[in-house]
Design a protein around this ligand. Structure first.
Ligand SMILES: Cc1cc2nc3c(=O)[nH]c(=O)nc-3n(C[C@H](O)[C@H](O)[C@H](O)COP(=O)(O)OP(=O)(O)OC[C@H]3O[C@@H](n4cnc5c(N)ncnc54)[C@H](O)[C@@H]3O)c2cc1C
Length: 485
């Protein structure tokens, strides 16, 4: 096929266009680049230099090597659903989009693993293997469109991660293009527990700052024999929170244990998947148990009783699979549903010890009152992963900044009760400064030192994950000076 002539005169665009093998595999014109100026964190925007669409590891490696050799900043992008700004081209990066690398390379049912390219969409894996009785456990609410490469970078979680663990617990091997263009394989043959440093653990959750993942071996699980879901409505948040603690203390390990507060319920009921939740309750719980058929009934009875002991207004198990699916669609589309009650919203992602739920929720209410902004709460209550959603209107001058301040204040509350600033959405650019809520300068320095080993020129996804360098650089200098003297 004749190559489409590249109109740009920029020598880097011309060179990069020769490293991908399809005429439409590079975007460089202003109007095309607008779609790549942010991800799911829409408050901050920046224009990339170009977007390239490689089709295999070799092309990724060549693009990375070119960027490295010519000191061009670059970053990887999956589906762009990240909520902390990890894929935003802060420094006018060359974006390396993984969307053309979307093949399911192999499925090995006997050894319960599958190999995918990074642009493979999360839910497609379960959809492809479910008829054979298997599924892929990490289930972020964005799973219908986010990529497994993006999940690895963010160490994504989901409703069912309470029982099954987050992405890192399901990754057996990775192929990674390092920031100089070298290609390495870790977890060879899908054997995760290799001798030496745990590089799989290091790369997973490194937010695209250590390398670009080009192949992923994941663990797949056998479908549970049976599952059942309970819905419980509470007039007091404290009662709902206590029920969460009591379920876990009773020795039950639900597959999922989710909570929504009154404002969140108003949102999901006004959006695309209403199920008729009463709007005057203060909290609802969605509790799912799974496992062998014989044990499910007993667990459901125990859960119903725990909720009754906590003054539940109404509690019942789903009458059939259709109702169960409707409850989950209502919950899983919860973030987007905020668009039905507010022009803009900011998703936060704090983690707290479960026992602190009532205290933290009351402090978040106080932040809402003081800021004058409504805050909805939708969260993975079972593992204490809160998602305060700050509702605001970006058209009102100053309101975006106010929302950012309120979001940050929510994270401070989480850190102060012994929790942390992100459970699954990552730090990105959004929570860089909040890293100081949980780490001392020396601890941040230890992490940036690791980044510098992989990414010494900091050309890959610079400006993410860590606070502005000033103070850390000073600490480093002080430490060096102390060592010399
Ligand atoms: C409505 C909604 C609901 C969500 N629900 C959840 C949830 O329940 N749980 C959860 O954990 N998250 C959730 N998210 C956040 C988001 O979907 C996840 O962080 C997801 O893992 C991002 O995947 P992506 O393909 O969109 O990655 P992107 O947004 O494109 O990229 C995210 C980061 O990963 C890096 N990256 C992407 N691909 C690669 C690669 N191949 N190699 C190296 N780095 C790479 C990017 O540079 C960036 O830093 C939600 C988002 C939305 C919009």
């Amino acid at each position: 096929m004749a190559r489409k002539k590249i109109k740009s005169k920029d020598k880097h665009i011309l060179a990069l266009s020769t490293l991908v093998n399809h005429p439409s595999a590079i975007l460089y014109e202003k109007e095309d680049l607008i779609a790549y100026d942010c991800d799911g964190f829409t408050i901050h925007k920046a224009t990339p230099k170009a977007v390239v669409f490689p089709e295999n590891t070799e092309q990724v490696a060549k693009i990375v090597k070119y960027c490295h050799d010519h000191s061009l900043p670059f970053l990887a992008r999956g589906a762009g659903t990240g909520l902390s700004g990890g894929a935003i081209p802060l420094n006018g990066e060359v974006i390396i989009s993984m969307v053309k690398m979307k093949k399911l390379l192999s499925v090995d049912l006997e050894n319960r693993r599958a190999v995918v390219e990074p642009g493979f969409v999360n839910l497609k894996l379960t959809n492809t293997i479910s008829d054979k009785g298997y599924y892929y456990a990490p289930d972020p609410s964005s799973q219908y469109c986010c990529t497994i490469g993006g999940n690895v970078a963010e160490n994504a979680g989901g409703a069912h991660c309470l029982k099954y663990g987050v992405t890192t617990n399901h990754i057996l091997g990775l192929e990674v293009v390092l920031p100089n263009g070298d290609v390495i394989e870790i977890g060879k043959n899908g054997i995760a527990d290799e001798p030496g440093y745990d590089l799989l653990g290091l790369i997973t959750g490194s937010e695209g700052t250590l390398g670009i993942v080009t192949k992923i071996t994941v663990r797949i699980l056998k479908n549970p024999e049976s599952k059942q879901t309970v819905l419980a409505y509470f007039d007091k948040v404290e009662d709902g929170s206590q029920a969460v603690s009591d379920i876990i203390s009773a020795g039950i390990v639900p597959a999922a244990l989710e909570m929504m507060d009154k404002t969140a319920i108003e949102g999901v009921e006004a959006a695309a998947f209403p199920v008729g939740h009463p709007k005057d309750i203060e909290a609802l719980l969605l509790i799912e148990v799974d496992g062998i058929e014989a044990g499910i009934g007993e667990q459901i009875e125990q859960i119903l009783q725990v909720c009754r002991n906590q003054n539940v207004r109404e509690v019942r198990a789903a009458k059939d699979e259709q109702e169960r699916a409707a409850w989950w669609a209502n919950r899983k589309t919860g973030f987007g549903a905020m668009g039905a009650i507010s022009p803009d919203y900011l998703v936060q992602d704090g983690v707290i010890p479960r026992s602190k739920l009532p205290e933290v929720l009351s402090k978040i209410n106080k932040i809402s009152e003081e800021s004058g902004l409504r805050i909805a709460n939708i969260f993975h209550a079972g593992d204490g992963n809160l998602h305060p959603l700050v509702l605001f209107d970006a058209r009102i001058p100053g309101e975006t900044e106010k929302a950012m301040e309120a979001g940050s204040a929510c994270l401070k509350v989480c850190a102060d009760v012994g929790g942390t600033i992100t459970g699954e959405h990552g730090v990105g650019i959004e929570k860089r400064e909040e890293m100081r809520f949980v780490f001392k300068d020396e601890e941040i320095q230890a992490q940036t030192d690791i980044r510098d080993v992989f990414n010494p020129d900091n050309l890959l996804n610079a400006g993410k994950l860590f606070p502005t360098p000033g103070r850390c650089a000073e600490v480093k200098k002080e430490m060096k000076a102390a060592a010399i003297s």
